[in-house]
Each structure stands twice: as C-alpha cells, then as structure tokens.
Design a protein around this ligand. Sequence first.
Ligand code: ADP
Length: 413
Amino acid sequence: MNETHPVTSPSDAGPPRDSECVLALNAGSSSIKFALYDLTEPLRRRVRGRIERIGVPGTKLTVDDSTGIRAEGRGIEARDHRGAASALIDWLEEARLSSAVKAAGHRVVHGMKHSEPERITPQLLDELHGITPYDPEHLPLEIGLIEAFQKRHPKLPQVACFDTAFHRTMPRVARLLSIPRRYEAKGVERYGFHGLSYAYLMEELARLDGPGPAGGRVILAHLGNGASLAAVRDGKSIDTSMGFTPTAGLVMSTRSGDLDPGLAPYLSRTEQVSPAQFYKMVNRESGLLGVSEISGDVRDLLAREAGDVRAAEAVALFCYQVKKWIGAYAAALSGLDTLVFAGGIGENSPLIRERICHGLEFLGVELSEERNEKNAPLVSPDAGRVKVRVIPTDEELMIARSVIRVVDLGSSR
Ligand code: ADP
C-alpha cells in the first residue's frame, strides 16, 4: 500500500456538501480525470481531480477545489482502472461527497453507431463488451470504471458519452474506407474521435459568436498529445482526421498518424515485426517522439529545436501536417469562416499557431501578433476574413452537460 499524504482534510475540498452534483469521469490509458459539478445554471465546478500513474508505482490521487487550490494529494494503490475507481469512491465517501452525487457520466472513446450520450443499461454494457476489439486499449478500462461504480453504487444512474458520437453526421463519402466493401458491414469505417471536445467547442463558439457564425464553415483543431481536426458545417461534423482508430490522421505525441499501408507488410517481411509490435510502434513509439528521438512533448521540443535538428524536424512536421489538413478541410467546406485552436498545444503555443497559419493568408487566415502572443480568445485581427479563435476545451463539463440532458434529475435542478 502506498503511503497516504493528505495535503488538507477532505472537508476543505469545496462548498456546500449537501447540494446535489454530477460526477464527470474521463479515463485515459494510465489516468482518470474527474470533476464534480453543482447542479446550478450554468453548471458550477465544485472540485476537479486526477488519478495518475495507474498500474505503475507511485499512483496518486489529487483534487483541487473550485478555486484551483489543492485540496487533496495522496498516494493510492490502483493496479488498474477498477482499483482507481475504488480509491476514488473511497475518497468521495471520506469527503462526504458521495451522497451528493446524483449521476455519473463517462467519456467512452468508442460508440460505434451511437450518435447521442446514453444511459448505461445492462444491454449497453453488453454491447460495449462486444465492441472492445474496436478499441482494445481504451474500452476495457472504461468498462472497468463503469462496473466499479455499478458495484459500489448500483442505483447511481450512469451515462456513456461517446467520443465518436459528434462525427455520426459525417457523409458517407467521408466515412467510407477504400478497402473491400464487405468490411463496411463489419463496422470498418471512419469513426473519428475527440467528439466531446468538439461538441464543447461548438457550444462555446455559439455562445461567443452566436448561432450564425457557429453554423458557418468551421475548422476545429484539437491539438494535444492526441491531435485531430474536424470540418464542421451547419454545426455538423462533415469530416475528421482520425479514422477507424485514433492512430490515424495527424502526427501526434507518440502516434504516427496516417502511414503508407505498405509499411506493415514491409516491416513484417524485412524485420519480422509482428502485428502487436507494429501496434505498439505506431501508437507509443512514433509521432513527435519517434521523429525527434527526444520527446513527444511539444514544449520539450521547442526548447531543444534551436540546437537539435531532430526536434526542429518533428515540430516542422507537426505544423506542416496541421496546415495541410486546414487546406483540405477548407476545400471540403468550400471556404472557411472560423478556425478554432484547442488542446494543450492549440491553447498555449503562440509559436505553433503562428507556424501553422503562416502562408494561409490566401484562405483569409491571418493572426494578430499581439493577440496571438497572449493566447487571446480571438487571435485574428478585427478585419480578418476568417475568425481565428483559441477556446480552452473542457471535456468534463461536456460530460456533465450530457448527463443532465439524459438523466431526469427531477427537482434537483
Ligand atoms: P492530452 O491530449 O494528453 O490531454 P494536452 O491537451 O494536455 O494533452 O496537451 C499536451 C501538449 O500540449 C504537450 O505537447 C505540451 O507540450 C503542449 N503544451 C502545453 N503547454 C504548452 C505551451 N505553453 N507551449 C507549447 N506547448 C504546450
């Protein structure tokens, strides 16, 4: 058992313990982000937390209160996501927050044909078990989390918020993969991911600019460790760079993005690379990390690019590919009205935004140097033909909003 280091008493974690709230859970491969929202209008975040290093030594649970002050930080034991869920439930009980939680929502990476968030029923859970081959990396972890909550709180309503749902509006021409047609019947098509982030960005865009511009021709660029772009028209996704799996599209932190399909048989023939080794290579050892041989983290690469050509080439590859996708989606949309940057890189790096947008003036994309430098909400000049926005994304808030839309929380609102 890891040593526990409570930073402060759980009772410091936030205001009125008895008011009702919704729990949003966002599981990654070795972490779980979570947040509790009071059922106010608009929703108010009470606490936000993280469990990191799940399955490796040094697993840690941290919680910040609504003002961002660290309310909890302790070592926990969690061999997997079920164990992490158990530790989280223990903490909620200790912090006397458990009975306030009226429903929980989960980011579920793959939802096949589901186009809306859905209440988790035994049938839906069976279905999720059945589709784990589509995303063997994430779905079992997410199912483990759902089942751990079900076991400890069988009556708690839980909602699955699918990361693929936003893209179910894509036309067939964007969904079809150019392989023998019979595979389509088996569900092999472009699904696209980052849907919760994109749905949130579109709601924010409508709030900031009104329904008119949000209904125009929009390109969303979610640039984090995982990175993708989406083309959106009339508020609906018409194309996205990730595909059947999240490995497709742009070069990412450790994922390769699109590759020549001939590479897999070539490596198998010449270096006896097995399917499992290939999977590991294109998901964990490629992308910025693979090209730079230094790091998959853009900040590290920017710090090293002046003195190390490998870092400089990795950053250049990333910016070049994002620029190409913007060009492609401007063509798919027959023009461009709004470009939105989000994700850790998109929200925080003026330099990367500048390099991506440089040369896109022909599309009407221009940046105001001063606004861009400040990561301002609007980084294009007032007279710019294309509005270029920076919108901090919030997948947990989108999960909480989805839960409230799906579960009737009765008089609690
Ligand atoms: P995840 O997909 O894991 O949620 P994030 O959205 O947090 O990832 O994005 C992580 C990426 O954002 C990293 O490459 C990190 O270097 C980059 N990033 C964060 N802040 C900055 C910054 N100020 N300048 C450049 N890159 C940044």
